[in-house]
Write a protein that binds this ligand. Structure first.
Ligand SMILES: Cc1cc2nc3c(=O)[nH]c(=O)nc-3n(C[C@H](O)[C@H](O)[C@H](O)COP(=O)(O)OP(=O)(O)OC[C@H]3O[C@@H](n4cnc5c(N)ncnc54)[C@H](O)[C@@H]3O)c2cc1C
Length: 443
């Protein structure tokens, strides 16, 4: 039995389906997909959360091929990304790895940081570091390498932005593997990252991918293929031991199960494993989640002054805007470009900036629309959709991977046949969720 109908649960179910195993997937809400969703807005159908995925981790693309969406895999335009800094959009300097700039001259030309920030950047990039042992925050490792100003204007907006958190609290091992690999080698982190960037440039294919028509199609296709094995409106409330197997108590009755894969968010998983794995439950209860809001604006292209010649922009926290990022979706993805409209997706909210939660929807939209007027010159009356993602993005603090290893070990010992996985565990990006779901099913 699989509990939770997000991408992790669907991937576990797909693995069982492919292997010809009997299973059922139970989802508490009336909608399959969890943190993947989308739907019509104005004349277009647009994702309201994940709109693409890392292609260098192949699991999501492989899944798409297996379910017949291989020909629909698309790459984004690959346009320039920008930073909003000191009243202007400025191109993110290249080369960089996860926001870490590797060429101080390029940063100087971008005008993103001050003279003194540049001085710190040059000194840090030229310096050498002792090899990283164990885990640390991205801030602890990378602030000395790029200086605080470059860290706050380039690294944190990207890495903190991805999960609506802060790079000063994020585990480098769990949240920024490429940086951790470079830091573990010690010496010149810039040189280590340049080698990595060189290797990665040799890998054919795009860095990101999406699905023509939107990520939601992956969920729809998986759901179609698995038919009656997927049940919505069925909330799992407890899992009781029954000899060597399990009885799953749900909002609509009880079901026997030989094995159970939990792919629910941390708090729900904690309640379900607590009788067998109290320490693991406490770890999951301590896991922080951030809340974000994603507001989609669709408007006639001519109502935006900016040419939108790129993928969008990030906003460092010191710029005082409500928005954290703005994606120019109709420039980034051909499937959102109908030739007349612009689609702009704006995010707000981070762990330490939850102003949007104290505003009503109209005020959130008004504030973001005003910031769009300032940043890209959007005027007029766009069609707007607000999607709230409360407690949706798990925050991995240092030691996270050891803590989830300990949950696995405790469960394996005390409750064989009961497995917990998903975004709260080893990666919240879509490929990591697919990998975890499939691997749990194989186990
Ligand atoms: C706004 C936003 C944008 C994102 N953008 C991207 C992106 O562009 N690229 C990318 O790779 N990743 C992105 N992510 C991350 C990614 O989408 C998520 O980490 C991933 O979808 C989580 O999948 P999951 O299956 O582990 O969990 P969820 O999607 O949370 O699924 C868990 C499911 O369990 C159900 N459930 C809960 N309790 C119970 C219960 N008791 N019984 C039964 N069911 C229950 C829930 O209703 C839910 O459907 C984004 C996330 C957000 C929020």
């Amino acid at each position: 039995m699989v509990v939770g109908g997000g991408i992790t649960g669907l991937s576990a179910a797909h693995e069982l389906h492919q292997a010809g195993r009997e299973f059922v997937l139970l989802e508490s809400t009336d909608r399959i997909g969890g943190k993947i969703d989308g739907g019509p807005i104005g004349p277009l159908d647009v994702d309201s959360a994940a709109d693409g995925f890392l292609a260098r981790q192949p699991e999501m693309a492989e899944l798409c091929v297996e379910i017949g969406l291989g020909d629909d895999l698309v790459r984004p335009s690959g346009g320039q990304a920008f930073i909003w800094a000191d009243g202007r959009l400025r191109p993110i300097p290249k080369p960089s790895v996860l926001g870490v700039p590797l060429d101080a001259d390029a940063v100087e030309s971008s005008g993103i940081i001050s003279e003194s920030g540049l001085h710190d950047l040059r000194e840090g990039l030229d310096g050498e570091q002792a090899p990283l042992t164990g885990d640390a925050t991205v801030g602890e490792v990378m602030r000395p390498v790029v200086g605080s100003e470059a860290f706050e204007r380039l690294v944190d907006p990207l890495l903190g932005g991805i999960n609506a958190g802060s790079a000063d609290h994020m585990s480098i091992l769990a949240g920024a593997t490429q940086l951790a690999t470079a830091a573990r080698l010690g010496g010149s982190i810039r040189d280590n990252l340049l080698v990595q960037a060189g290797e990665s440039a040799k890998t054919p294919g795009p860095v990101f991918m999406g699905v023509n028509g939107g990520t939601r199609r992956i969920v729809d296709r998986l759901t179609e293929r698995m038919g009656d094995s997927i049940r919505t409106g069925t909330r799992v409330e407890a899992i009781d031991r029954d000899g060597g197997a399990w009885v799953v108590r749900t909002s609509v009755g009880s079901e026997p199960a030989q094995q159970v894969i939990l792919t629910t968010p941390a708090a729900a998983t904690a309640r379900l494993i607590e009788p067998y794995c109290p320490d693991g439950a406490a770890t999951l209860d301590d896991l922080n989640y951030s809340s974000a809001v994603l507001v989609t604006f669709v408007i006639d292209r001519e109502r935006i002054e900016h040419p939108l010649d790129g993928s969008g922009f990030l906003v460092p926290r010191d710029q005082g805007l409500l928005m954290t990022a703005c994606s120019w979706s109709s420039s980034k993805w051909a499937h959102y470009d109908d030739g007349t409209h612009a689609v702009v997706r704006v995010s707000a909210g981070r762990t330490d900036d939850l102003r949007w939660l104290s505003l009503d929807r109209e005020s959130v939209v008004a504030a973001l629309a005003s910031e769009l007027e300032t940043t890209i010159g959007l005027t007029g009356n766009p069609t707007v959709r607000v999607t709230e993602w409360r407690d949706s993005l798990p925050q991995y603090f240092p030691g996270h991977l050891d803590r989830v290893d300990a949950i696995d070990a405790e469960l394996a010992k005390t409750a064989p046949g009961l497995v917990a996985t998903g975004a709260a565990f080893r990666g919240l990006g879509l490929p990591a969720c697919v990998r975890q779901g499939r691997s749990a099913a194989r186990r």
